[in-house]
Design a protein around this ligand. Structure first.
Ligand code: MCN
Length: 794
């Protein structure tokens, strides 16, 4: 019998919110540290320049300044900035914490000022005298790999970080054997045989992850040589491991505390230069040092997302079946490699066939260095880029064959599971047709198409876009992580003698509401009310270890670890209850907080009584060979990934005179298996749709040809606001459990973004088609749309 009966599946309101909505949440910048010094960074104004001289004498003498450090000062002492992933044959530049010799993107830190307060630190930046000799810069990834392009790193052969050919499959279906470095020609025969061939090009522009709270770090040295670092991060334990190594300290001397975090969306899975340098300065100066990122710094020097140019070729038959898919991806990696920079484009390659049973797939990925900030994980990380390929492909087929886009999807769906795809991934479970049919019903698809035709006759341009997606989430078996980074998760359950419960998780949520979900699981398993449950995370002294929050793994991996630990606690509680009730443990039922003799339900004890006995009942416990206390710890390591899926539909209206595109209606049907909390899941989907809408319609990081950042403020970078969201949003779930997961759950944290980008891209093009526009790079900003219409009319 399932133990999850009362809270799991219910729309429980977030336990985290009371403090947050009352302004009592404490973020890094709110943490008081008496006498803390403030850091500020002198950053490169050039995209590419030789550092001829960096004179910090005047800055050092400025009032309130305690120290000024340059690249030469810290060389060999702290840094380089870590990259924790690699691909075969990859070239890796050294990413000094403060630039040495050369600077390679606008915003790269060249010097660090530490002063009594933030004003003194920022004032002193004006006194840093930098003699920088500008060099030619290259910002376009394809141009960057041409012979003769400005060479970004003196120590490397060229600007090609790597060139990979895939897929290369193995038992896990993904890259454990390494990738070939020669073309595989796996699709040639299918292309030669197919009835039709089509080609298109997609641009996944760079976008800013844009957490509400930027980055921040506060490092406080203790009198005993210990260092406590408060940081806005998604990965407290990895942070500790890597920082301790960088500072040459045992991990036991470093404590990382992650207080409230105002969003991360992937960009806080790093140890940035500032996050190495602030603790370093705190240790060397013996004083607390803090730094809080400004929005300008965030836009320039926090990792960006996406950044791919894709050239796609598809082969399909008269019946609408896609038989081959070949893509070349030019990945705009930026100047340096951060944590997962090199591997994200590989996810695109591995899952670019989406939910479709394409017989032959093949990709080439060229990792290109450019004079820009690095790209790295951003909500979806590699999967939205893949979904756009698959979803554009089915729409192209529909257009060419005069079929309805929904029908082409139906004809291509993978329908039996587990499903091994041509790229070698094994999709765990799915029912793509059910998700699509549910979507079409909720959206009244046929009526929408009729309405579109009717309005078209009236001179109005509606666009309807579909996306049926599958993604890869729930990272991941450990060997698929970078060096030393595990994919398992840990959970501890500690029951107090009074019967209240503390859960410690290695996850590090930063807005998802995970504490609520974990409390729900606990409440149901032990029959303890939510108010008596505390969830600890984000403090390396309070939690054994953890692999953080990312890749929609919270519930699938961290929740599963908790379910296992709760089972252990339930077992022990049953054994103690058996002693109390003079019965056999197997004859005890544990239900809704009561433990009773199965045959005689009137003989029962409450969970709190059991908790007390676990603490105090020495002789009886001894006789049963039980240790004192009621607590347990478990680690869950997934055998493979999770494959959440769904179907999204967007209805937009295009105003040809201005190029403006309004989103009128949005319907999202997502499937993350067992839903722990529909309210949390819906919140995730809505937030995700907003970010997807941002990428499809509004957002783009712009560097000009010289590598100047032209989107360096929020005046130049548009993000979605309440008014840009459609008034009419419907969300729903189909539920296809993950068979090999203790909770049957898959992730949903990225689903909204993954579905929305493709659905809105297709909707925009659907609206534009009658005006002769069949291709347009995102974002569909009014001026781009307006120009495209004008071009097509010429
Ligand atoms: N959930 C559920 N049932 C499921 C799966 C999830 O009820 N079957 C709920 C969970 O309880 C949790 C939420 O949905 O509250 C997300 O869970 P999950 O899908 O497991 O994702 P993670 O907790 O691992 O969160 C990571 C994911 C990622 S990768 C990004 S990026 C992202 C996101 O979550 N960044 C976010 N959502 C964010 N939300 C906020 N507010 N801020 C961010 O930075």
């Amino acid at each position: 019998m399932s133990v999850f009966t009362r809270h799991v599946g219910a729309p429980v309101r977030r336990v985290e919110d009371r403090a947050l909505v009352q302004g009592r949440g404490r973020y890094v910048d709110d943490i008081a540290a008496t006498g803390a010094l403030h850091a500020a960074f002198f950053r490169s104004p050039h995209a590419h320049a030789r550092i001829r001289r960096l004179d910090v004498t005047a800055a050092r003498r400025a009032s309130g300044v305690v120290a000024v450090l340059t690249g030469d000062d810290v060389l060999g002492r702290i840094g380089p900035v870590p990259c924790r992933s690699s691909v075969p044959g990859m070239q890796m530049p050294i990413n000094h914490a403060l630039a040495v010799g050369k600077t390679c993107f606008v915003g790269q830190p060249l010097a660090m000022v530490v002063a009594a307060d933030a004003y003194a630190a920022h004032d002193a930046l004006a006194l840093v005298h930098a003699e920088l000799e500008p060099l030619d810069a290259v910002t376009d990834p394809e141009a960057a790999i041409h012979p003769g392009a400005p060479k970004i790193h003196d120590e490397l052969r060229d600007n090609v970080a790597y060139r990979l050919f895939g897929p290369a499959t193995d038992a896990l279906g993904i890259y454990t054997k390494g990738f070939p470095t020669e073309p595989l020609n796996l699709t040639d025969a299918a292309f030669a045989r197919a009835d039709h061939v089509a080609e298109f090009r997609l641009v996944q522009q760079r976008v800013n992850p844009m957490p509400l709270e930027g980055r921040g770090v506060l490092a406080c040295p203790g009198g005993d040589g210990e260092l406590t670092v408060w940081v806005s991060s998604q990965i407290p334990h990895w942070f500790r491991t890597i920082l301790a190594e960088a500072l040459r300290l045992p991990e036991t001397r470093v404590r990382i505390v992650v207080p409230e975090v105002g969003g991360g969306f992937g960009c806080k899975i790093q140890l940035y230069p500032e996050e190495l340098l602030v603790p370093y300065a705190a240790r060397t100066l013996g004083r607390a040092v803090r730094w809080t990122e400004t929005r300008r710094e965030n836009l320039a020097a926090t990792t960006h997302g996406r950044g791919q140019l894709q050239r796609v070729r598809i082969a399909f038959n008269d019946d609408g079946r896609i038989v081959a898919l070949r893509t070349t991806i030019y990945a705009d990696l930026g100047a340096y490699l951060y944590f997962f920079t090199p591997v994200i484009p590989r996810f695109t390659g591995m899952i670019m066939n989406g939910c479709y049973g394409v017989d032959a797939v093949e990709f080439e990925i060229v990792g290109c260095f450019t004079n820009k900030m690095a790209t790295d994980a951003y909500r979806g990380a590699g999967r939205p880029e893949a979904v756009c390929i698959a979803e554009r492909a089915v729409d192209v087929v529909a257009r060419r064959l005069g079929l309805d886009p929904a029908e082409v999807r139906r004809r291509n769906f993978i329908r039996s599971f587990p499903a091994r795809t041509a790229s070698g991934l094994v999709y765990d479970s799915g029912d793509y047709a059910h998700a699509l049919e549910t979507l079409l019903r909720l959206a009244h698809y046929d009526e929408l198409r009729a309405e579109q035709a009717r309005l078209r006759a009236e001179g109005r341009y509606l666009g309807i876009g579909l996306a049926t997606y599958v993604e890869v989430a729930g990272y991941a078996p450990s060997k698929l992580r970078g060096p030393g980074l595990g994919g398992w998760e840990v959970a501890e359950v500690r029951v107090d003698p009074g019967g209240s419960v503390t859960v410690a998780t290695g996850l590090s949520p930063h807005g998802q509401g995970t504490a609520t979900a974990l409390a729900q699981l606990t409440a149901d398993a032990l029959g303890v009310p939510l108010e008596r449950i505390k969830v600890l995370h984000g403090d390396t002294d309070a939690v054994l270890y953890g692999n953080g929050t990312m890749g929609s793994r919270g519930v699938t991996v961290g929740g599963a670890a908790l379910a296992m630990a709760l089972d252990k606690v339930r077992d022990k509680a049953r054994r103690i209850a058996a002693l109390m009730l003079e019965a056999e443990p197997d004859g005890i039922t544990f239900e809704d907080g009561n433990l009773f003799v199965t045959e005689h339900p009137e003989r029962k004890v409450g969970f709190a009584e059991v908790a007390l006995k676990a603490a105090e009942w020495k002789f009886e416990r001894d006789s049963a060979g039980l240790e004192p206390g009621l607590d347990a710890r478990s680690r869950y390591e997934p055998a493979s990934f999770a494959f959440p899926f769904g179907a999204h539909l967007a209805v937009v209206e295009l105003h040809p005179d201005t190029g403006r595109i309004d989103v009128l209606k949005y319907v999202a049907v997502d499937d993350c298996g067992t839903v722990i909390n529909p309210l949390l899941a819906e919140g995730q989907v809505l937030g995700g749709i907003a970010q997807g809408l941002g990428q499809a319609l509004l957002e783009t990081v712009r560097y000009d040809a010289d590598g100047q950042l032209a989107s360096g403020t929020l005046m130049d970078y548009a993000i979605p606001r309440a008014a840009t969201m459609p008034g009419d949003i419907i969300t729903a779930h189909t539920r296809t459990p993950k068979p090999d997961n203790p909770l049957g759950a898959k992730g949903v944290g990225e689903a909204g973004t993954i579905g929305a980008i493709a659905a809105l891209m297709n909707a925009g093009l659907d609206a534009l088609r009658p005006l002769g526009v069949t291709e347009l790079d995102m974002p569909y900003q009014p001026h781009r749309v307006w120009h495209a219409i004008g071009e097509a009319a010429r």
